[in-house]
Ligand binder design. Sequence first.
Ligand code: FE2
Length: 240
Amino acid sequence: MKGAASVERIVPYRRPPPGSQPEYLHPSYASSVRRAPTRPLVLLPHTLSEVTGPVFGHADVGPADQDLTARHAGEPLGERIVVTGRVLDEGGRPVPHTLVEVWQANAAGRYRHVNDGHPAPLDPNFDGCGRALTDAEGRYRFVTIRPGAYPWKNHPNAWRPSHVHFSLFGPAFTTRLVTQMYFPGDPLLPFDPIFNCTADAAARARLVSAFDWEHTVPGHALGFRFDVVLRGRDATPMER
Ligand SMILES: [Fe+2]
């Protein structure tokens, strides 16, 4: 009887509501057809290295890492923006000391990457990568430029909406989460297979940042707010 009572106390992990996270297989997103698992997933046991690292200190990530516009002698071209928000748990509590990494295309829609063949100009004053640690209130903040839309080969005349890639690391490699932030009012959003991998419209909306006067810097940069909820009913859709 004692054993039965303890079993009753187990609170099961609440799985995401159906449609609130991207499916592995989303046929209109061509790459998902090739990489979606065709067999049940195999759970691998964690090892010590996976649950104890990486460890980042404030000495490793400095203020210069948060300003993508101040890496070079000149200013990057494009519309300067502030992207800021909070990392929150399922109860709305801040998650401090989380490594937030971002990467993005430049204002012309070109990545500084060997695999980017889009014939748009590179910007010698823009690398497109940044990182920050969340503070005690779970806040992060980047200064960057608004990325341009770019074409891709998913289907004829396919264009990705403007977006910023996000990676979040908690205290271990196994806690890494990856997602993308979009901009409000982007006319390409309804046509983007990656954005639409998440079936539920309310969940998809959590991928779209909000224009924010509070974080707009007068005469300098428009502000956009993007909170990331790690799990629970209001979880941000994450790439799988
Ligand atoms: Fe991208």
